[in-house]
Write a protein that binds this ligand. Structure first.
Ligand code: SF4
Length: 234
């Protein structure tokens, strides 16, 4: 893709949503870390349903560790794989207490050493909490980057590297949110909404969804009261 096209795509996404953010409910870095960790293989809606239960009871590492694995499970049942995630969540809380004074650490190595935290979660925390320009690539971003031609690649890591290398600096901080929202609501996995997509003329996808065929105007029968009445002026 030509750099000018890439820039134009981000300009449009920015104009449509100047201050994008995550849809995961959170008020602290720890809450965000928990929410992102829980979001693996499940929807943000399920995560929000779980954290609406959990955070009023336990929204610090100490409180989550005190609940323990069995204590955490009932709160996070709305998310998939909640048995494994409960173990990771309590392990993560304990590790934060033991190694980081209960704070969310600021380096990739320390984040990725936490139970249940992989590269994608670490990137989101580095970006949203510590202001770095990491671009986390999830299934939505992977699809949008490949379809549009913004950053084609065979793996999420390849797409991440291409996006990091090629996204103009002024858009890098928010690129993750713009692309994830575009993938979630417009460039959906099945039947992308190309006819109403704001970047369709810039997108290089060859199999865009065509506009719906225009319906022929139906000839409605005239209401009986206006059917030809001899002598009536119209
Ligand atoms: S035009 Fe279609 S394929 Fe391209 S980004 Fe928009 S929705 Fe996705």
């Amino acid at each position: 893709m030509h750099p000018a096209t890439r820039r134009a795509i981000f300009r449009r996404l920015q104009a449509a949503n100047p201050a994008p953010t995550t849809e995961l409910l959170h008020t602290t870095p720890f809450e965000l870390l928990v929410a992102v960790m829980l979001s693996a293989h499940t929807t943000d809606r399920s995560v929000n349903a779980a954290t609406r239960n959990l955070f009023p009871v336990a929204n610090t590492p100490a409180a989550v560790a005190a609940l323990g694995v069995e204590g955490v499970k009932p709160y996070i049942k709305p998310v998939g794989l909640y048995n494994t995630k409960a173990k990771n969540l309590v392990g993560l809380a304990q590790q934060l207490l033991e190694r980081h004074g209960g704070e969310v650490p600021a380096t990739r190595e320390e984040l990725e050493a936490l139970p249940g935290v992989g590269r994608k979660t670490a990137n989101i925390i580095l970006n949203m909490v510590f202001g770095e320009t990491e671009i986390a690539v999830d299934t939505h971003i992977f699809r949008v980057a490949n379809r549009t031609g913004l950053a084609p690649g065979p793996t999420p890591r390849a797409v991440e590297e291409s996006l990091t290398l090629n996204t103009p600096a002024e858009f890098r901080r928010n690129a993750h949110h713009w692309l994830i929202l575009h993938g979630r609501y417009i460039c959906t996995a099945r039947a992308p909404k190309c006819p109403s997509c704001i970047i369709r003329d810039l997108c290089e996808y060859k199999h865009k969804t065509p506009p719906a065929p225009k319906r022929a105007a139906r000839r409605l029968p005239l209401p009986s009261r206006v059917r030809a009445r001899p002598g009536r002026k119209r």
